[in-house]
Design a binder for this molecule. Structure first.
Ligand code: DQA
Length: 157
């Protein structure tokens, strides 16, 4: 019998970034480092490629736009990696959008909010995430990609 070929294309990992992350590199470098968002996007694409995935890397300063990007991921992403930045600590709308996803969701942060001001200790995103990676700078994103690859490949075997 002829072997079935699986030509279905793997959906990209959506990596979504919230407010003020567009200014990484010059924004509070003592906390967030000197790496720019563009450099993170490039490194993330390379790491994802090593696992056989592509990425869609986006940033918005607007809460409603982030909600729309999360909604769109329902049918267009194989996973979502989200650094919601300040909206992490305030946005029920982002949490409600995440709850509609059936793909893995990894919350990431460059810094470790648990070591910072009290208001950063609450994460609405965490309540809608598969897991959280924080405190490793650029590496938080790369570890999140490794986690996504493991989750998805684990499901297939
Ligand atoms: C951040 C942590 C948030 O508390 C903060 O509002 C950010 C960046 C991080 O990546 O460390 O904007 O999400």
């Amino acid at each position: 019998m002829a072997k079935k070929t699986n030509k279905s294309k793997t959906l990209p990992i959506h990596i979504l970034n919230g407010p003020n992350l567009n200014l990484l590199g010059s924004r509070e470098p003592e906390i967030y480092g000197k790496t720019t968002l563009a450099q993170i996007g490039k490194a993330a694409a390379a790491r994802a490629k090593s696992h056989g995935f592509s990425t869609l890397f986006l940033q918005s300063n607007k809460e409603g736009e982030l909600v729309e990007l999360i909604q769109a991921a329902r049918t267009t992403a194989s996973a979502v990696i989200l650094n919601a930045a300040a909206y992490t600590h305030t946005s029920v709308a982002v949490l409600d959008a995440l709850k509609m996803l059936s793909v893995p969701v990894i919350e990431v942060h460059l810094s470790n909010p648990a070591r910072r001001e009290d208001f950063r200790h609450k994460s609405y995103v965490a309540m809608g995430a598969t897991g959280t990676i924080a405190g490793f700078g650029l590496n938080s994103y790369l570890l999140a990609i490794d986690a996504v690859a493991q989750i998805i490949k684990g499901k297939k075997t």
